[in-house]
Design a protein around this ligand. Structure first.
Ligand code: PLP
Length: 441
């Protein structure tokens, strides 16, 4: 029996739901990321570290909504804080104390944050961080990493990891063409350049040629969608010193790495601006951008000619209440324990692969793990692409076969441990992964 046949036998209700969804949604889904063949599993509920689908099948949750949750599902304190606030007002139409209560919690944890502003998603947070840098510096040019994922607004989607668009020349000598997904105007490539992460020569050259035109460099300290690629410490330090030298702002996108307690707090350096989202909303939509006080003061609505930033549901009280509870239940000990569990998972996955003679690497940090075929850590997005070449069908089958064995993971390869994940869950997951690899071999 094939993996796909087993999947369809176990999930008839998901199949029915998908057929119905296709009548109102193109391809039956709204999030491209959550769609896969033959159809995605439809989840009915989550409890702690478990998910249940429409057919009643149970899954250990190593997906954690693509890293956006860390407390599991239905955490009593988060549920209580959310429902209590919903019963009061989710969006009263003016500021509430929850706004500064949440902000104070973030500022206490994240070294670069002196002032913050709220929006609704990571996409909005990075869009606004870029706008902030442009407004503050009066410059247009943005440097991002090739394959870096910062959400789906136009400035972020130059040379994303997953592309299907056109190649447009970048206006910097020696850099490959920018890849623009369909729908993004080619003029965007005039003021956003994508450089390979961890390449000191390229970044030096870019600053040599255009340093005084650069508004900001935006970087995920560990690239997520591109496969858990860690920025080398010397690379981040060089970005820091080049930005300082030429008056550009350094932006860390820590939407995902907040799961580690933030990269800047763990490893440095301190950027000028930081973007956050996902777990800081305790399961509800949220986005934050913030950083240096002198930079963020451009938004001061009481000041002269402030930069206008508005959003009907920005800083909504339900997200802030859930987010305060989420931060109060995400301690240093939790982060240390996630680190231990992540290390254990990575070790076991590599052991399983080597026991059956498959060359593989489990990379990542803390609760975030990415599995790659082949040895060694990929150094940049191009290396991840090369490592995956010809293996996409295999990776899709691993994902489906894990679902058949009762484990939910992200189809792009992210494997998350969360607060409710137990050591037994991790052992079982690693054994299941090994047996899937064996079956596919
Ligand atoms: N930045 C990073 C590093 C992300 O991984 C994501 C989403 O996965 C985003 C930004 C965009 O966040 P959102 O999906 O909330 O728009």
């Amino acid at each position: 029996r094939s993996i796909t046949a087993e999947y369809t036998e176990r999930t008839p209700r998901s199949q029915e739901a998908f057929a119905r969804a296709c009548r109102s949604l193109p391809g039956g889904d709204t999030r491209t990321m959550t769609s896969y063949k033959p159809y995605p599993t439809y989840f009915a509920e989550g409890r702690g570290g478990r998910l249940t689908d429409l057919d009643g099948n149970e899954y250990r949750d190593f997906l954690a909504n693509y890293g956006a949750l860390v407390h599991g599902h239905d955490h009593p304190a988060l549920t209580e804080a959310t429902t209590r606030q919903l019963a009061r007002a989710s969006a009263p139409g003016g500021p509430t104390p929850l706004q500064y209560e949440h902000a104070e919690r973030l500022i206490a944890r994240v070294p670069s944050l002196e002032r913050v502003r709220y929006c609704n998603s990571g996409t909005e947070a990075t869009m606004w961080a870029i706008r902030t840098a442009r407004a503050f510096t009066g410059r247009d040019l943005v440097i991002k990493m090739d394959g870096g994922y910062h959400g789906t607004h136009d400035w972020a989607e130059v040379s994303p990891f997953i592309t299907g668009g056109t190649a447009v020349p970048q206006n910097l000598s020696g850099l490959p063409d920018a890849q623009l997904p369909r729908g993004i105007p080619s003029v965007v490539a005039d003021c956003v350049c994508a450089v390979p992460i961890n390449d000191l020569d390229v970044i030096e050259r870019v600053f040599e040629e255009r340093g005084e035109e650069i508004a900001c460099v935006i970087v995920e300290p560990m690239m997520g969608v591109a496969g858990g690629i860690r920025a080398r410490p010397e690379y981040l330090e060089r970005l820091r010193s080049l930005c300082t030298r030429d008056g550009a702002l350094l932006v860390f996108d820590e939407c995902v790495t907040f799961r580690l307690g933030t990269w800047q707090a763990r490893f440095g350096p301190v950027p000028d601006l930081t973007t956050l989202s996902k777990i800081i909303g305790g399961g509800l939509p949220i986005g934050v951008f913030g950083g240096r006080r002198d930079v963020m003061d451009i938004f001061d609505p009481q000041g002269d000619a402030p930069v206008y930033h508005a959003s009907a549901f920005g800083a909504n009280s339900a997200s802030l209440a859930a987010g305060c509870a989420a931060l109060d239940h995400f301690s240093g000990e939790d982060i240390d324990d996630l680190e231990r569990k992540g290390n254990r998972l990575r070790g076991l996955l590599e052991e399983e692969a080597s026991a059956i003679g498959i060359a593989a690497t489990a990379v990542g940090q803390g609760s975030l793990t990415y599995f790659h075929f082949g040895t060694g850590d990929p150094r940049n997005a191009a290396e991840t692409t090369k490592r995956r070449e010809g293996r996409e069908p295999l990776r899709a089958l691993v994902h489906l076969a894990l679902l058949n064995r009762g484990f939910a993971t992200a189809k792009h390869g992210l494997i998350c441990v969360s607060i409710p994940t137990t050591d037994t869950d991790i052992d079982r997951f690693a054994r299941a992964y090994g047996s899937v690899l064996e079956e596919l071999r």
